[in-house]
Ligand binder design. Structure first.
Ligand code: SAM
Length: 452
C-alpha cells in the first residue's frame, strides 16, 4: 500500500513505541501516532513519511479501546509525560512486561521468563520529586507541563501524580510571581530569570523547594521563602539553583541554600536517608521498598559476603542489605551523594559500609587490580547502563552472584548479553512499576555464575 503525506488512514492501534505513541500497521508498515491507545480504532492523518515508518496525527477515534479508562480529574492535562494514563492500569503492567521480554530477546538474544510486573494499589500521587516549568499566559504566572515539541506551558493547578503539598507550593509561587511581577524565563526570547520549581517531598509531607534561575539574582526571593513557610507548613528547606543552560537538564551545578534544613530526610522501611538537593533518590518511595526488598532477596546475603554496590547514590541499597552481609563497598560519581551516603550510614548506625567517590568504570577495576575481593555485586546504573570496562572487571573478579537493578530494558539486555557470554546465567527478572502511566519500567535481575 502506498502511504503519502496528507493521506487519512483507518486502522487499529496494536502497540506503543518506547515514547508511548500508538503503533498502527498497514500491510506491516508502521505508523506512529500520539494520543492513541492500544485497541483504539482511529483515523490518522499522515504528516511524515520515512523509509521504514510514518508519523501521523490523530484525526478521530472511530471506536475507543475497551481498555480506555475515565478519571474524575482532567487526566489529559497531565501531558505527554504520562502517555498511558488513559489505558487501564492492569493493561499497562501487561504491556510493560511484554516490553521487557521483547527487549531481552531483540537486544540481548535472551529468551527469559519474566515475572509479572509488581504494580501499585493506588497508582497516583506517587512522585516525590517534581520539576515544574514556569511561564506566563496572558500576563499571569502559570505552572504545568511543556506542550509537546513546544515552549508553551499547559497550565495545571492540580497534578494527581504529585503529593498535594506540591500543588499548594506551586499555587503560592504563582501568587508571588504575580504579586511582585517576578521575571519568568521565556524559552523563545531566552530572557527572564525564574525557570523551574523543583519540589522534593518526604513520607511525612515535608518539602524541599528548589527555585531554578538563569542567574543568581532573584529579586523578592526572601518574600517567597516567607510566604512558603507561612502558607505551606510542610516546607522545611528552600534552595536556589542556577542553570544558565537550555539543555535537557532542569538543574544546573550551583545551589544556594536560602532557608531551613540543608537536606530532606526520607524513609524506606526502617531506614532514614538524608537527601541533598542534587542527590538521586528513587521517585516512587512506596515502590522503592518493593524493589530494594527484591534486590535484598536476590542477594541472599550471609555474614561471609563482601558486596560491591556500584552506582551507590546516597547509599540506599547498600544500607538496605548491610545487615545481612559482612561488608558493603559503594562507588558513586556524585560527591555530594557519597557524603549523603556516609551520613546516612551514621544516621542508621550502620558500620560495615564504606563509600568511595569516583566513576565505577575507573575505580572498581582499579580496586580489583589491587587485589580487593568481593563475592557479590549490586549494579544500579543510570539509563545508559554499565560501561564495558566495568563489566570486564566484574568478569575478571568472578563474583558468584550479581543483582542488577535497571530502569532501561534495552541497556539492561545489552549488558546481560555480555555477562551471559562470559558464563553467567539469568535466574530471575522482576519488573517493578515505579512510574505508573509512563512507558518506563524498573527491573531487578538475579544472575549467578554457572559452575564449571
Ligand atoms: C539509578 S541511580 C542509583 C542510585 C542508588 N543505587 C539508589 O538506588 O538510590 C544511578 C547512580 O549512578 C550515579 N552514577 C552515574 N554515572 C556513574 C559512574 N560512571 N560511576 C559511578 N556512579 C555513577 C548517579 O549519580 C546515580 O547516583
Amino acid at each position: 500500500m502506498n502511504i503519502d503525506i496528507g493521506d487519512i488512514i483507518k486502522g487499529e492501534i496494536i502497540d506503543f513505541t518506547h515514547e508511548g505513541k500508538g503503533v498502527m500497521k498497514v500491510d506491516g508498515f508502521p505508523i506512529f501516532v500520539e494520543d492513541a491507545l492500544i485497541g483504539d480504532v482511529i483515523k490518522v492523518k499522515i504528516t511524515q513519511r520515512k523509509k521504514s515508518f510514518a508519523l501521523g496525527t490523530l484525526e478521530s477515534i472511530e471506536k475507543p479501546s475497551i481498555d480506555r479508562v475515565e478519571y474524575k480529574f482532567d487526566a489529559e492535562a497531565l501531558g505527554g509525560g504520562v502517555p498511558l494514563i488513559g489505558y487501564s492500569y492492569e493493561k499497562q503492567l501487561e504491556w510493560k512486561r511484554n516490553k521487557v521480554i521483547q527487549d531481552m530477546h531483540r537486544i540481548g538474544g535472551l529468551d527469559l521468563p519474566v515475572n509479572p510486573v509488581i504494580g501499585m494499589g493506588h497508582p497516583f500521587r506517587y512522585r516525590n520529586h517534581s520539576q515544574v516549568p514556569i511561564g506566563k499566559l496572558d500576563g499571569k504566572a502559570v505552572t504545568g507541563y511543556y506542550k509537546r515539541k513546544s515552549s508553551d506551558i499547559v497550565p495545571m493547578e492540580e497534578d494527581h501524580l504529585q503529593p498535594e503539598i506540591a500543588d499548594s507550593i506551586l499555587k503560592t509561587v504563582r501568587y508571588w510571581i504575580d504579586k511582585y511581577k517576578v521575571s519568568v524565563y521565556d524559552r523563545e526570547t531566552k530572557e527572564g530569570i525564574l525557570r523551574h520549581i523543583g519540589i522534593r517531598t518526604n513520607e511525612n509531607n515535608e518539602s524541599m523547594v528548589i527555585l531554578v534561575t538563569t542567574f543568581s539574582t532573584l529579586p523578592y526571593k526572601f518574600q517567597l521563602v516567607h510566604m512558603l513557610v507561612k502558607d505551606c507548613p510542610g516546607v522545611i528547606s528552600v534552595y536556589q539553583n542556577i542553570n544558565p543552560m537550555d539543555g535537557k537538564f532542569t538543574y544546573g551545578r550551583q545551589y544556594i541554600h536560602l532557608f531551613g534544613k540543608e537536606t530532606l530526610t526520607d524513609y524506606i522501611g526502617d531506614l532514614q536517608f538524608k537527601i541533598s538537593p542534587d542527590a538521586f533518590f528513587q521517585i516512587n518511595r512506596q515502590q522503592v521498598g518493593v524493589l530494594y526488598g527484591k534486590a535484598r532477596d536476590y542477594l541472599q546475603g550471609s555474614k561471609e559476603d563482601i558486596v560491591y554496590d556500584l552506582y551507590s547514590g546516597i547509599g540506599t541499597i547498600s544500607l538496605f542489605v548491610a545487615g545481612d552481609v559482612s561488608r558493603v563497598i559503594g562507588i558513586e560519581s556524585v560527591k555530594a551523594a557519597v557524603k549523603n551516603a556516609e551520613e546516612n550510614a551514621k544516621l542508621n548506625s550502620i558500620e560495615n559500609v564504606e563509600f568511595h567517590h569516583g566513576k565505577a568504570e575507573e575505580l572498581f577495576p582499579w580496586m580489583i587490580n589491587r587485589g580487593m575481593k568481593a563475592n557479590k555485586i549490586i549494579l544500579d546504573p543510570p539509563r545508559k547502563g554499565c560501561e564495558k570496562e566495568l563489566l570486564q572487571a566484574i568478569i575478571k573478579l568472578q563474583p558468584n552472584r550479581i543483582v542488577y537493578v535497571s530502569c532501561n530494558p534495552s541497556t539492561l539486555a545489552r549488558d546481560l548479553k555480555i555477562l551471559v557470554e562470559e558464563g553467567y546465567s539469568v535466574k530471575e527478572v522482576q519488573p517493578v512499576d515505579m512510574f505508573p502511566h509512563t512507558v518506563h519500567v524498573e527491573m531487578v535481575v538475579l544472575m549467578s555464575r554457572l559452575e564449571k
